[in-house]
Design a binder for this molecule. Structure first.
Ligand SMILES: Cc1cc2ncn([C@H]3O[C@H](COP(=O)(O)O)[C@@H](O)[C@H]3O)c2cc1C
Ligand SMILES: O=C(O)c1cccnc1
Length: 370
């Protein structure tokens, strides 16, 4: 499934991009006055292969959840059980991602790709084919849904051994591809990335260092908010992992297996799945952009499907976005994850496309040009 997905990822359509640029120049506004939204609308036309591109509706956020063996190295002050407890909170609708999803009119699908603590799961929810914005979850229509696709209960400690085998990393990537495919099949016009996994900013930093070559100290952040001593230790942990595994950035599956996480690998697949279906994928914070680097290493044309929702306060996020050549839409100092920054950026993306659908041209409105 990975290989067929990669083979389906194509460059953007130059003709549709030219048409969108031309249309932007004829709309009743000074040229360039919508700033970054104009280039975004051109990129989305190129992705869709048509001008105007479809409105990015409905929106579907997938929150991939997993645990981390590196938790044993005390890189985060939070107990590992919080991952499973937050999954329960997502399903009950009580997390920040739920509040923002309700505001944005987006569906929430939680994917257990590797939570270590057992979850009280609905057996009916364990089928990835059950995912879809219009499928009815246990809480009724519109309620968050759970997909159980657990590859293993958490990764191994990457300071001791590879976090995952290549087969496990591939299984997680393919889960992400499958979830993207099911959400698009069910009608989603845009996919949003979300993550939950106590300790997951440590593998995110290691992935960013591995793919960009930037030093561990520059890409490692404080995550949920570690103290100075833990922060120094966290940098050492990332550096030690890179030294031990010497991951090859040209081998994204190998990098994900050595120093990644199950949610990072699944998110890489989710991005690839969106790109293969030519549907935009709105990236959230540092975990999402670390996974996006892996997706770009698998298929450089996948970048055409990516929209950077925001710039996380984690330093690695800015490094990764620069490497991908993406400018974040908003920069609010968020450092939560879950998909929250992507959801806040969603109206900006919709606005960029809506302009091409609804705004009159100088000709049609009889407005004089300069
Ligand atoms: C209550 C709570 C809710 C969260 N929602 C997202 N995260 C975020 O913080 C975690 C990563 O930070 P670190 O690497 O420092 O552990 C991830 O679970 C991420 O999704 C949360 C963290 C907590 C504690
Ligand atoms: O940028 C993020 O997504 C992030 C930052 C800190 C902790 N968890 C997630």
């Amino acid at each position: 499934m990975l290989e067929t997905t990669l083979a389906a990822i194509r460059p953007p359509d130059a003709e549709a991009m030219t048409a969108a640029r031309d249309l932007q120049g004829r709309l009743t506004k000074p040229a360039g006055s919508l700033g970054a939204l104009e280039e975004l609308s051109v990129r989305l036309a190129g992705l869709a292969g048509t001008c105007p591109p479809p409105l990015p509706e409905p929106a579907a956020v997938a929150v991939f959840a997993g645990d981390h063996g590196v938790h044993a190295q005390r890189v985060t002050p939070w107990p590992q059980e919080v991952t499973a407890q937050m999954v329960a909170n997502f399903l009950a609708g009580g997390a920040v991602v739920n509040a923002f999803a309700r505001q944005a009119g987006a569906s929430v699908t939680v994917v257990d790709v590797g939570v270590a603590t057992p979850l009280p799961t609905d057996p009916d929810a364990s089928d990835p084919d059950a995912a879809g914005p219009d499928a009815e979850g246990p809480g009724g229509p519109g309620a968050p849904r759970l997909i159980v696709a657990k590859v293993r209960p958490g990764t191994r400690d990457l300071t001791v051994t590879a976090a995952l085998t290549r087969d496990e990393a591939r299984a997680a990537v393919e889960t992400g591809i499958a979830v993207a495919g099911r959400l698009v099949d069910a009608g989603a016009g845009i996919l949003l990335t979300g993550d939950m996994g106590i300790g997951n900013t440590t593998p995110a930093a290691a992935l960013i260092a591995a793919f960009t070559g930037v030093d561990a100290a520059e890409v490692t952040g404080r995550g949920t908010g570690v103290d100075d001593e833990t922060y120094q230790h966290k940098i050492d942990v990332v550096r030690a992992a890179l030294r031990r595994h010497a991951p090859d950035p040209a081998d994204p599956l190998g990098v994900l297996a050595a120093v990644g996480g199950l949610e990072h690998a699944a998110l890489a697949g989710f991005v690839l799945g969106a790109a293969a279906r030519r549907v935009p994928v709105l990236l959230d914070g540092v975990i999402a952009v670390s996974a996006a680097l892996a997706a770009a290493a698998f298929a450089s044309d996948a970048v055409a499907a990516m929209v950077a929702g925001h710039r996380s306060a984690e330093p690695g996020a800015g490094v990764a976005l620069r490497h991908l050549g993406l400018d974040p839409l908003i920069d609010l100092g968020l450092r939560l994850g879950e998909g929250t920054g992507a959801l806040l950026a969603l109206p900006v993306v919709t606005g960029a496309v809506r302009v091409l659908h609804e705004v009159a041209t100088f000709d049609s409105a009889g407005v004089a040009e300069k």
